[in-house]
Write a protein that binds this ligand. Structure first.
Ligand code: GDG
Length: 738
């Protein structure tokens, strides 16, 4: 496999910056397998780690906060976040909206519309930082639920870069995921990557089902492929693991858990980050039940709960901390005797050496999250049992349960089942313990975090190679999806915008000429039996007719205020009343003398083009133009770097298209006609919406639009639109005659 440079993008950098007693800042390496697995890969391949250093940057100190510097042989590119960004993007949308939903805690999901734009724009900044820092031919590997829109923004600002995304948390069932009001935007964001990885196969299948249900994508569940925007996006299961060598070294310094005497104390351990997904309160209730109902066992038990503080800024978490404190206090208060307390509660971070010593010495590990992407504690406990002894009780709601099937697998919501598993673990014969633990340990050792990194990068690299070698994938995609639909009716109404759809966008509107090959393609289509062609534009009717110059085509000009073509002639009544006001408005706009602006009177409408106005003056120019239109009682409509002045009536391209279809084919036209519209401008979105469900539409855009576009498909440029027109005239979608 070629070894391209790697760019890792994650919310947090691989270290924390802290201020020492002497007032100087220093970096402390973040704990965890991910950092230790990725660091050597970045060091040998070369590359960059893009992330947030973990502290809010103060306004005015941007230079210091947003630096790029070196760390252990690779570069670090910091993304600076303000206190407002952190509140909305991180504590808000990431941790109060997405996190609970992905963990099936629908009732805890909070929806604040102000958070989403900040999440999206912070994601854009991560993408821009990655694009800026990425070496040529790099693979950009994005991590986790805080950054699901990064692949989209990356494709928009650096389409040459290959990207992959790994989700560290579960991907829920489609019916749960769709509850998120931005579910489609998130899917668009994720599918912009070349490769997607989840921990286990069930998350892969849930994701495929969501892409099918919510975006209408074709999916191949057996191969793990989503057909999206003309590309095959491959999706795979990659169960994350731990640094086994490190775990074994740390656990090696202490002696075995099981003692020879039968009445030795039995240690049970649980280790969690403070989170409601970890099921700590329910677990304590199961422990309490054992202590109460199994007095013989109870006297020998000691249960240790390690709890690492987390997300203290989120209110749910401080409330949960109080609940756990109270539950521990209650059990210890009720059941302690002779100076012995059943629960040892360590609500603080424990040094890694001590943690692994505790794993080694624990007879049983109780890992009972209510939902967990994988759960590394389960694997760390297994790796620490150097003499293949010890019992793992594992929740079936953790991704780890799909792999670690030799554990005692329980439903964490079932208190009797958890209490029963504790009782069974405590009394399990040594033979059974060894049989189970040696199988578990062999599995964890065979697939450590280094293997995980290598396999993920290899799978992503292969997917990138396959996806990027295809020619004009977007056109292939549209053809394969629209063809069968067109073939269901005898007649096609092909409706095309002009500027940016059949001609490329140019600086001055009068320079937008139809190429000879495009004219020939449109002419052939308009003469093909069973196909009617209409050009639907904001341009004046005469201008449009002159530019296209084809006699079999219908022209819808002035945003639908004028229509003319074979057997049709229409002029909206408002068009006649408004011409005086329109001329006066055009004069007033010219009198503004805005440098670079162009005023184009078109009869019933006018256009104020400001593409030529320097960027810094555009906002003021638009403001002044809108004020003129308001004074003249005209409607101002925003287009691409143009403000349109229109009569103050509710009429637009969408209405005109529906009028034309009804006029030409009768009101029940959808039963006989397939209406296909292609457009690129914001004013074309009116047609996308009008045709939704009764026709289909294609948006011309180099990338998938950042928000949910109301069109059904996308083509990247006018050349592919013309190629589609040629394909239609050739009749490729009609079934071959018998
Ligand atoms: C997310 C997903 C997925 C805990 N207490 C201490 C301490 N820890 C370490 C553990 C373990 C890590 O924290 C926790 O990892 P988990 O996997 O259990 O859970 P999340 O933090 O929720 O992680 C999860 C993971 O991402 C990876 O993809 O498995 O499902 O939710 O490594 O050892 N470390 C130290 N002291 C402690 O007191 N030093």
């Amino acid at each position: 496999m070629p070894r391209n440079p790697l760019v890792v993008v994650s919310n947090r950098l691989p270290f924390r910056v802290v201020r020492g007693d002497d007032g100087r800042t220093k970096r402390i390496r973040s704990p965890g397998g991910l950092v230790s697995a990725l660091t050597p890969v970045l060091t040998t391949r070369g590359g960059v780690w893009v992330g947030w250093p973990g502290t809010a940057h103060e306004a005015g100190k941007r230079g210091a906060a947003a630096r790029t510097h070196r760390h252990q042989g690779f570069r670090i590119a910091e993304v600076a976040l303000s206190a407002h960004d952190i509140a909305s993007y991180y504590s808000g949308f990431s941790n109060r909206t997405v996190w609970p939903l992905l963990h099936y805690f629908v009732g805890r999901m909070e929806v604040d519309p102000a958070w989403w734009p900040v999440y999206d724009s912070v994601n854009r900044r991560f993408a821009e930082k990655a694009a800026e820092a990425a070496p040529r031919r790099a693979l950009v590997w994005v991590h986790d639920y805080q950054l699901l829109r990064v692949p989209h923004h990356l494709r928009a600002c650096a389409p040459h870069l290959a990207s992959a995304l790994f989700l560290h948390v579960p991907f829920p069932a489609a019916e749960v995921f769709r509850i998120l009001p931005w579910s489609r935007d998130i899917l668009h964001g994720m599918l912009s990557a070349d490769y997607l990885g989840f921990h286990v196969e069930s998350y892969v299948q849930n994701f495929l089902a969501s892409a099918q249900l919510l975006l209408g994508c074709d999916v191949d569940p057996a191969r793990g492929v989503v057909r999206y925007d003309g590309r095959d996006v491959h999706v795979g299961a990659h169960p994350i693991s731990i640094d086994v060598a490190e775990a074994e070294a740390l656990a090696g310094g202490v002696s075995s858990a099981w003692r020879t005497t039968t009445d030795a104390p039995i240690e049970i351990i649980a280790v969690d980050r403070l989170d409601y997904t970890k099921g700590i309160v329910r677990r304590l209730a199961a422990v309490e039940q054992v202590l109460e109902r199994q007095p013989a066992t109870a006297r020998r038990l000691r249960f240790t709960q390690v709890l690492v503080p987390s997300r203290e800024r989120v209110p749910d978490y401080s409330q949960l901390k109080r609940e756990i404190d109270e539950a521990v206090g209650r059990v210890n208060g009720r059941l302690s005797m002779d100076g012995w307390s059943p629960i040892r509660y360590l609500a603080r971070p424990v040094p890694r050496e001590d943690l692994f010593a505790m794993y080694r010495q624990a007879n049983v590990a109780l890992v009972t999250p209510l939902r967990d992407g994988m759960n590394l504690v389960a694997k760390e406990y297994v790796a620490s049992q150097l003499d293949d002894d010890g019992v793992l009780i594992l929740s079936e709601m953790a991704g780890a349960a799909e792999e670690l099937q030799e554990a005692l697998v329980v439903n964490p919501f079932n208190r009797d089942a958890v209490a029963g598993a504790i009782q069974r673990a405590v009394t399990m014969p040594a033979q059974e313990r060894r049989a189970r633990m040696s199988a578990l340990r062999a599995r964890v050792r065979a697939h450590d975090v280094h293997a995980w990194v290598t396999e993920f990068i290899d799978a992503a690299t292969l997917a990138v190679k396959q996806a990027r070698s295809r020619v004009s994938p977007a056109l292939d995609d549209v053809i394969s999806r629209v063809g069968p639909w067109l073939a269901q009716r005898p007649q096609i109404a092909l409706l095309l915008d002009y500027d940016g759809t059949v001609t490329p966008i140019v600086d001055r509107p009068d320079a937008a000429r139809l190429s000879e090959s495009a004219r020939l393609a449109l002419d052939a289509a308009s003469r093909t039996p069973g196909i009617d062609v209409a050009i639907v534009s904001g341009r004046g009717l005469d201008d449009l007719r002159q530019r296209v110059g084809l006699s079999h085509v219908t022209y819808v000009g002035n945003h639908g205020f004028e229509i003319e073509g074979p057997a049709v002639r229409f002029r909206h009544e408002a068009a006649d009343h408004v011409s005086t006001a329109m001329n006066a408005a055009a004069d007033a706009l010219r009198e503004l003398r805005i440098k670079g602006a162009l005023v184009e009177p078109k009869g019933p409408t006018l256009a104020f083009h400001y593409r030529g106005v320097p960027e810094r003056d555009r906002e003021a120019a638009v403001h002044r133009a809108r004020a003129v239109l308001r004074r003249k009682r005209l409607r101002a409509v925003q287009g691409k770097l143009v403000i349109e002045g229109r009569p103050l009536v509710d009429w637009h391209k969408g209405h005109a298209v529906l009028w034309l279809l009804g006029h030409r084919y009768g009101t029940d036209w959808p039963t006989r006609v397939r209406a296909l519209f292609v457009g690129d401008d914001t004013t074309d979105e009116d047609v996308f919406r009008s045709l939704r469900g009764i026709g289909r539409s294609i948006c011309v855009a180099p990338f998938v639009p950042s928000q949910n576009a109301p069109s059904d498909y996308r083509l990247p440029d006018p050349q592919s639109v013309i190629a589609l027109v040629r394909w239609l005239s050739a009749g490729g979608f009609r079934p071959a005659p018998p």
